[in-house]
Design a protein around this ligand. Structure first.
Ligand SMILES: C[S@@+](CC[C@H](N)C(=O)[O-])C[C@H]1O[C@@H](n2cnc3c(N)ncnc32)[C@H](O)[C@@H]1O
Ligand code: SF4
Length: 430
């Protein structure tokens, strides 16, 4: 593989968005409401961020905080915000409640949240309702409550079953206990998915495969397999060096083969499914569908605009109106192509039909280099990533964006760099 020492491996889909930020234009919320009134109600997805969490994980990059006395007020604020948007959606097809750890809300608060959302929006009968939680909170009571609320897809952050690695990550409980809880969750929920990490310090290939073997043994429907992002602010990044990239490539390729042999499809760069788990929320996200984000730090995308909320519960309670940033029409197809790469395929015909935009022409140099490296295959109507390409998908997508937006000049930025570089991008700081 050429130039792996010098080429930046971007691990997060957030990294692919950085080149777009200088092009965004700040707008008022009224400007967006006017635009939506013209469009009329459309179907969409909701993301609800619950930042509260009592965990002390050494690696966590999510917007999170210890619960204080304001959790009820926080839920009320989310519902107040939701009511402002009710007229702009015809129906809701999927809701993703993420965190933090959403189950750190009390049962009354969770009931209030779900009842409020149902009162406000027309939620499809077969909507996918996902809630994230962590193994230490997988109690019988919590699981019964989630089922009662209509949650049909439970997403559990496992990270690893390996005791030494769990300690390093600051995770609570041992692997055996986690397996036991997941087996019970498997019996209770229609869809069960888990998050597993690779590229951890001192983690060997056999550790990654052992984790996946356990997941397959439990019969989970979906596995999100993320490489650890060594964000500079995390304890783990301060203590450990990243393993060499060859180790990560090896883990990714072997994990992919292992899961495919076990009957799972590689549905997007970080997600494998046994066919039952549709992960509808991520499909919305990667196809620039209508997503409304509520809560601290939540982002949304609607009518060619990103929306971003302030990042703490206190700030959100004080002001629940998100910042709005419009994406110029001319670069929407670029954003779409980069997002589609998450699935490993860009439909050239669809891009031409929708926008008269030819990705083969717009990204000609990046495509030529990636084809030479064996990362891309050009079909009759599509650009398709190979297994190697899936590993590099975020990097390739960002290279494409840089080629079109900056004629290939400038550096790729990532969440693994000093935040000062990224902080210049106001969408992350406001
Ligand atoms: C909100 S967290 C998980 C929910 C729950 N609080 C838990 O810890 O199990 C969502 C997921 O983000 C992923 N994540 C968090 N920090 C990460 C990092 N530094 N690198 C890669 N993935 C990370 C983890 O896999 C985690 O399960
Ligand atoms: S990984 Fe989950 S449990 Fe751990 S600190 Fe982050 S949000 Fe909390």
């Amino acid at each position: 593989m050429a130039n792996i020492d010098t080429r930046k491996w971007l691990k997060s889909h957030h990294d692919t968005l950085f080149p777009f930020f200088p092009y965004l234009k700040k707008r008022s919320i009224e400007w967006l409401f006017d635009k939506l009134r013209e469009k009329g109600g459309e179907k969409g997805a909701l993301y609800i961020h619950i930042p509260f969490c009592t965990g002390r994980c050494t690696f966590c990059i999510l917007t999170k905080e210890l619960p204080t006395g304001n959790t009820l007020k926080y839920v009320d604020t989310i519902l107040d915000e939701a009511r402002e948007w009710r007229d702009y959606f015809s129906s809701i097809q999927t809701i993703y409640v993420g965190g933090g750890t959403p189950t750190s809300l009390s049962s009354e608060e969770l009931k209030l949240l779900f009842a409020g959302l149902r009162d406000t929006f027309n939620i499809d009968n077969d909507a996918e309702l996902s809630v994230e939680t962590t193994a230490s909170e997988l109690t019988e009571d919590n699981m019964n409550l989630l089922l009662e609320l209509g949650v049909n897809r439970l997403s559990v952050g496992v990270q690893t079953f390996n005791l030494c690695l769990r300690k390093m990550l600051g995770r609570r409980g041992g692997g055996k206990e986690v397996v036991k809880k997941l087996n019970r969750a498997r019996e209770m929920f229609p869809l069960l998915t888990i998050d597993i990490l690779y590229d951890l310090p001192r983690q060997e290939l056999r550790d990654v495969i052992a984790d996946l073997q356990k997941a397959v043994g439990i019969g989970v429907d979906g596995i999100s397999l993320y490489p650890l992002i060594y964000a500079p602010q995390t304890a783990i990044a301060k203590q450990f060096e990243q393993p060499p990239i060859e180790t990560a490539i090896d883990s990714f390729e072997n994990a992919k083969s292992f899961l495919e042999d076990a009957g799972y499809n590689h549905v997007n760069i970080n997600h494998f499914s046994n066919g039952r788990d549709k992960f509808r929320y991520s499909t919305y996200f990667n196809s620039l569908g209508n997503i409304l984000g509520f809560g601290a730090g939540a982002t949304g995308f609607l009518a060619d605009c990103f929306m971003k909320h302030k990042s703490t519960s206190e700030q959100y309670i004080m002001n629940n109106v998100g910042n709005v940033f419009s994406v110029p029409k001319t670069i929407i197809p670029v954003l779409w192509c980069v997002s589609q790469l998450q699935y490993g395929i860009v439909d050239v015909k669809e891009s031409k039909r929708r926008w008269g935009f030819d990705p083969l022409e717009a990204f000609a140099k990046t495509i030529e280099k990636s084809v030479d490296r064996g990362e891309l295959i050009i079909g009759k109507n599509e650009i398709e990533l190979t297994s190697e390409g899936m590993f590099w998908a975020n990097t390739i997508g960002t290279e494409m964006a840089m080629e079109y937006l900056y004629k290939g000049k400038g550096e790729l930025e990532s969440l693994e760099e000093k935040t000062s570089k990224i902080a210049k991008n106001e969408i992350y700081t406001q």
